[in-house]
Design a protein around this ligand. Structure first.
Ligand code: FAD
Length: 386
């Protein structure tokens, strides 16, 4: 059987990509993760390395120099990178959301201007949807984009919050209302980060994902040409939700990657550590914990693969992506928690990586739609009220 795909099995090509990224994550990403977490500095060398592998072009069409990965490959890359560092995987997945928006909605000259360079890793992309008072409910956003007909420009004013790659980015996809009083007027814009009136705030001090760059961004009379409007007026939110289905599959895959890293760390520690005369790996309660963790990781991965398969087949994968993200992020939390427990007191120290996995895992329940929002999406699917 060559290249054929059975159930959730990978094709030969997908397996080759997985092995390549797994090796890169083990050799180049994981060794930098602890220091990057401690200093809070994003590892730019690692970014350049992943760009050299072509990963910055994962969601860039081939004609612009990209990889144009199918959804399963996208998920596999996210799992492997997050196994090395969730901060790096997050930076890449946000960059990929931006290139996906440009590939889907930008004009031809804009695609030619931005996509080949972004496929090579620079400029980095930022996705500016959330605001201080509008996260789960983006319709409540206050950022506006007023059309100036004389200059044929839009003038952006407002503040975005929690923007990944905030200070690293050279280009941003920004959501704003063209009519401040109309929640249905959200529109998507392409904004170079050197535009006048675009300002990046200080980095957030976070519980985990500390190497990932998360900042507020303000727009103060920031002008962009009308040609930088990526969607028709009022179509911005629907467009965001379209790319976020793929994004959520990626985050779910990242959650699997962190959970797998925690499981492996627990297995290693339990194999070495002795307690009550036995190695921990021979103590039944520890063995059962590890059995549960292993089953949870495998089950979460299956949900991710099923959502990816549906998206790849062009089917509506919104509910599947929400199920995968909800369950996989919960598994990331429970698995990292048990990994700390198996390490005992050492698990609570910086000496072992499991405390970082535990701190990092939490964010997978929050960003790109909280667990509660995923459950709403799933419930709407169950009651068929989408
Ligand atoms: C590290 C990090 C990186 C991020 N990166 C980005 C980025 O690059 N770009 C970007 O645009 N955003 C980004 N975000 C923002 C993220 O997507 C939001 O934090 C998230 O959507 C939740 O919004 P909020 O923080 O305003 O919480 P809120 O919406 O205020 O929610 C607070 C709580 O109320 C619950 N809740 C709210 N509404 C409902 C409801 N209708 N039903 C049930 N429960 C509800 C939520 O589930 C949550 O538990 C990032 C966030 C973090 C922490």
């Amino acid at each position: 059987m060559t290249g054929a795909r059975v159930g959730s099995a990978l094709t030969d090509e997908q397996r080759a990509v997985r092995d390549l990224v797994r090796e890169f994550a083990a050799d180049e990403v994981r060794p930098t993760a602890r220091e990057a977490d401690e200093t809070g500095a994003f590892p730019e060398d690692v970014w350049d390395g992943l760009a050299e592998l072509g990963l910055a072009g994962l969601t860039v069409p081939e004609e612009y120099g990209g990889f144009d990965a199918d959804e399963t490959t996208y998920a596999v890359v996210n799992e492997e990178l997050a196994h090395g560092s969730l901060a790096v995987a997050t930076a890449l997945s946000v960059h990929c959301l931006v290139t996906a928006c440009l590939a889907e909605f930008a004009t031809e000259p804009q695609r030619e201007r931005w996509l080949p360079a972004m496929a090579e890793g620079r400029p980095v992309g930022a996705f500016c949807l959330s605001e201080p008072h509008a996260g789960s409910n983006p319709a409540a956003m206050a950022t506006t984009a007023e059309h100036d007909p004389e200059a044929d420009e839009y003038v952006l004013n407002g503040e975005k919050q929690w923007i990944t790659n905030g200070s690293r980015a050279g280009v941003a996809v920004v959501f704003a209302k063209v009519d401040p009083d109309d929640p249905d007027s959200i529109t998507q814009f392409l904004v170079p980060t050197d535009a006048e009136g675009f300002a990046v705030g200080p980095k957030e001090e976070k519980l985990g994902l500390r190497a990932s760059d998360t900042t507020p961004i303000t727009f103060d009379g920031c002008r962009v040409p009308a040609a930088n409007r990526l969607t028709p007026e009022g179509r911005g939110l629907a467009a965001a939700l379209e790319v976020l289905t793929g994004g959520r599959i990626g985050i779910a895959a990242q959650a699997v990657g962190v959970a797998r890293a925690a499981l492996e760390a627990a297995r290693e520690y339990a194999t070495e550590r002795e307690g009550f005369g036995d190695r921990l790996s021979e103590v039944q309660s520890v063995r059962h914990k590890v059995a549960e963790m292993s089953t949870d990781v495998a089950a979460a991965r299956l949900l991710v693969r099923e959502a990816a398969r549906k998206a790849e087949a062009g089917e509506d994968a919104r509910v599947d992506a929400a199920r995968a993200k909800y369950r996989a992020s919960e598994v990331a939390m429970s698995t990292t928690n048990e990994a700390v427990q198996i390490h005992g007191g050492y698990g609570y120290t910086r000496e072992y990586d499991v405390e970082r996995f535990y701190r990092d895992a939490k964010v997978t329940e929050i960003y790109e739609g909280t667990t509660e929002i995923q459950k709403e999406v799933i419930a709407r699917g169950v009651f068929d009220t989408r």
